[in-house]
Design a protein around this ligand. Sequence first.
Ligand code: NAD
Length: 556
Amino acid sequence: MADPGKPVIVTAQRGGELRCRGWRQEAILRMLENVLEIGERPEDLVVYAARGKAARDWESYVRIVESLRHLGEDETLVVQSGKPVAVFPSSPDAPLVVMACGNVVGHYATAEYFDELCDRGLIMWGGLTAGDWQYIGFQGVLQGVYELLQAVGKEHFGGSLDRRFVLTAGLGGMGSAQPLAIAMAGGCGIVVEIDPEKCSRALERGHLASVTDDLDKALALVGPREAGSVIGLVGNAASIYSEIAEKRVVPDVVTDLTAAHDAVFGYCPVDYSLEQWRECRHLDPTGVADRARRSMAIQVQAMQRLKAGGAIVFEDGNNLRVQAEAAGVHDAFTIDGFAERYLRPLFCRGIGPFRWVALSGERADLAELDRLVVEMSFRPEVGSWISLARSHVTPQGLPARSCWLGHGERSRFAYAVNALVHEGRLAGPVAFTRDHFDSGGMTHPHIGTEGMADGSGAISDWPILDALLLAASGADLVAVHAGGAGYAGYMQSAGVTIVADGTEGAGVRLRRGLDADSGLGVLRYADAGYTAALSTARSAGLGLRHEREERQWHES
Ligand code: NAD
């Protein structure tokens, strides 16, 4: 159907010219434009993860843009699953935008019913950072995969992943971070991808050493275990993983980042060509989902064989085990989940995927922010990451940095950046945000909150409280998302963006909002009994004031 509202190409505005009534609103608008500038299928408003969209449809997009352009400092725009609903009077201390995306009450939250609601144009899946305009491109997941591989290296390989063979799959929006993350961690490996164009893109970016469609050739290339050598293998992960297991080749590390959570649009069944898959997912979505789940079962069983052979095997947050279990692999969860096994100790300290975006579009602003975060010397890991990111990350969209900072570190840094904006030492304001997959931001009993020590992994009060608290603290954009498509019924999350525009008010919002966000995250793990979170909470003075004071009195 012809869509008169459909822009040909969306790019984020750069420079100092404002189209809105203030920088806070302009910042939110640039963030929206940016996710489409760097998204996977902007023509369909799809940003990443197969179907994660920025707006319900092009008409909604145009109405959101117009609403932001006219929005006052004391007003709040309400967005329901990518469609603007209304602008209400609020206060300069309230969020400019609140949104809820993909939420369906528990009993109805199935993939099938969600798809039906999507088809009727009533709801949208915003992924984690697509629907609330916080996606910063593949760098967003790059540090996550890097931190994960570092943790794996520390735990299993005497401190580092040096020259270890990683087998993984998927070179999509998120998955394309994998080759670079493996190389940055000093490893080597094979990434299986069904779409040759995705392999070519990674090759052109310089992230793959070579591409082949021949497994034996790929294995021969990875044989010498040369650090940083990652091979793209065009093929289907289910069949390739099985063939590797049959050959009794045992990689050191095995995982996967196909969009397995979405059995229709995210995972190509083993008996389909890429073209057949693309055609059939529209004609026969139920049949495709069934075949895809059976293929995922084959892949998971191959991963289990590789684990039995000695490989370190984990799921990387794409719901692969849930899908395989649905297809009859009853012991799919003998494969570890990455967050519980490797990242939880960081989340207990409020350390997670924090990000900032230089809204001027100037690379020099990003360089200045990189310099400042290193100078503030929070932890040695921060300096190492920034130097790796500066040398390896290719620019995408507005200059942005993902940097895992912890509770207290985020607010101190953002406050210092706000001062730089105020002093005119940057060309423009800076937006601070984070992935929803963060200590306080997400409930997902098969990803972020798997195996919580007190059994609270499925309780979604926490991200909802996080969003309410962020709104109370005056964050500029606050979102409550739920899992649509294949994540339906499995997750609830909260997203936040706060703008450093150099004003005193921004300083207050940044301190209040960022400390509340990571502080609640730390308390969530403290509540579950994790020692690291209890000690972070104690040293940061988090919790109920009268209990803090009582404790201080006893300790003195
Ligand atoms: P995407 O849809 O952009 O890419 C998926 C890729 O997998 C595509 O390139 C597709 O061609 C390929 N593929 C599909 N089936 C295949 C098969 N059988 N064999 C080989 N290749 C196949 O998705 P994305 O944005 O890259 O996200 C991937 C997954 O990662 C999603 O499930 C997403 O939710 C999850 N995710 C994880 C994290 C994390 O922190 N670990 C963060 C964000 C997203």
